[in-house]
Design a protein around this ligand. Structure first.
Ligand code: ACO
Length: 382
């Protein structure tokens, strides 16, 4: 039974509202803890793979060795796109933004799926697998198309991370590069009811379909207050002229009440646990690839932010050090957010599958503050 309008609480931005129960990720924002199904994010980043983490999110338990082998095989045999999808990729305007392209191409996957509207659990699991496994080809394929390079078909003998870098660059990545990419995918895989996950749930709660839910989520992730922040972090790092300019740059932004991208979080008021791990990792990758100056810039920004706003619980979030990591891996700035989507698709689909187990239409109210009883004046008299 719903409350009357008088009994309802207004909560702009849903800051203090819990909209559903979930057993997928646990976030303790005060103490900087993130767990997927009870497993600490640090443990998963150090020891797991993106494939295993996805199994965990989809099944709410770790796989046995044979289950993981079978799941990995299923993933690999689904990497490739149909000829028609490759044709769609090369028909896109070369100057389109990769996030717009990814949103369109993910939506296009539904066009050739005769079961796109099949609501059964099996069909939804199949569609989740299709989007997870094909997103690397969609992103890498579009990037090569816009650069006028030949498309690279996937290699079904390697991991999803390796395969993505292979399709993007046309050469197999080093083990360290592939591991860096895999860790980034693990760290971004799920995060409670963030804006894009919530958006996907709104869509699936209408009993629409999984492709529509993920397409909605991609559009939501794109914004600079959410997944789009990693790209803006990199633009900021490139704007700063050197270590000596950092202080002035940050203080000037703060004085103008501008946000420093890659800092702050709706839930974390302590250090984002994903950033803790990425920071150490980004340092190693930056050293390996000759990008230490960039890492030093990031560290300096963090020191100044800590001094100025740390006491207000504003710390680096996952986007801050993922920007340096992706840049060191030689990835174009405007692919940073598509990479986030390539990982988060595991969380979006996990949440949709979970929500559908006990679906309820998500339909909040608004507090109407407009006029009443206005007199309608005929158009001829206005
Ligand atoms: N730089 C400077 N000040 C900040 C920052 C920041 N990055 N983040 C928050 N603040 C300040 C705000 O100016 C505000 O100050 P005020 O109370 O004096 O007005 C206060 O902290 C609260 O900020 P809100 O934006 O109201 O907090 P909210 O919970 O709505 O926003 C958000 C969280 C959107 C992430 C915010 O911190 C932000 O815009 N950060 C920069 C963008 C970013 O990095 N986004 C990625 C988030 S992580 C992710 O999506 C993967």
């Amino acid at each position: 039974m719903s409350n009357t309008m008088q009994e309802m609480q207004t909560d702009i931005g849903l800051v203090n509202t819990i909209v559903a129960r979930s057993a997928l990720s646990f976030i303790d924002g005060e103490n900087g803890v993130l767990e997927y199904v009870g497993y600490d994010i640090d443990d998963l980043a150090r020891n797991s793979t993106f494939e295993e983490t996805t199994f965990l999110l989809w099944n709410k338990r770790l796989p046995s060795r044979s289950e993981l082998a079978e799941f990995t095989e299923q993933i690999r045999t689904n990497y490739d796109l149909s000829d028609r999808m490759w044709d769609i990729i090369v028909s896109l305007p070369r100057d389109a933004s990769p996030m717009h392209a990814l949103r369109t191409l993910t939506s296009a996957l539904s066009l050739e799926d005769p079961g796109a509207d099949d609501p059964s659990e099996e069909a939804n699991a199949r569609k989740s697998l299709a989007m997870l496994t094909k997103m690397p080809a969609l992103i890498a394929g579009f990037d090569r198309h816009r650069k006028g390079l030949d498309l690279v078909r996937p290699d079904a003998t390697i991991s999803l991370s390796e395969n993505f870098l292979y399709m993007l660059n046309g050469i197999k990545p080093t083990e360290r590069m592939a591991r860096a990419m895999d860790i980034c995918l693990i760290l971004h895989a799920d995060h409670g009811f963030n804006a894009s996950t919530f958006a996907s749930l709104v869509t699936i709660s209408t009993l629409s379909d999984m492709y529509s839910a993920v397409t909605t989520a991609i559009g939501t992730l794109k914004g600079p207050l959410h997944g789009g922040a990693n790209q803006v972090v990199m633009i900021m790092l490139q704007e700063i002229e050197g270590l000596d300019s950092v202080e002035e740059y940050v203080m000037d932004k703060l004085a103008k009440k501008d946000k420093i991208m890659g800092f702050g979080h709706r839930v974390y008021k302590a250090y984002d646990p994903r950033a803790t791990y990425l920071k150490t990792f980004a340092e190693g990758i930056a050293e390996d690839t000759g990008n230490t100056e960039l890492f030093e810039l990031s560290k300096r920004i963090e020191q100044i932010m800590d001094r100025e706003v740390g006491s207000r619980g504003i710390y680096p979030n996952v986007d801050f050090y993922s920007a340096t990591t992706y840049f060191s891996l030689g990835i174009d700035l405007d692919l940073f957010t598509p990479l986030f989507a390539m990982s988060r698709v595991s969380g979006w689909t996990a949440h949709c599958l979970e929500y559908l187990e006990d679906n309820r239409l998500i339909r909040p109210r608004c507090d109407y503050v407009g006029p009443h009883q206005q007199e309608y004046i005929a158009i001829s008299q206005r």
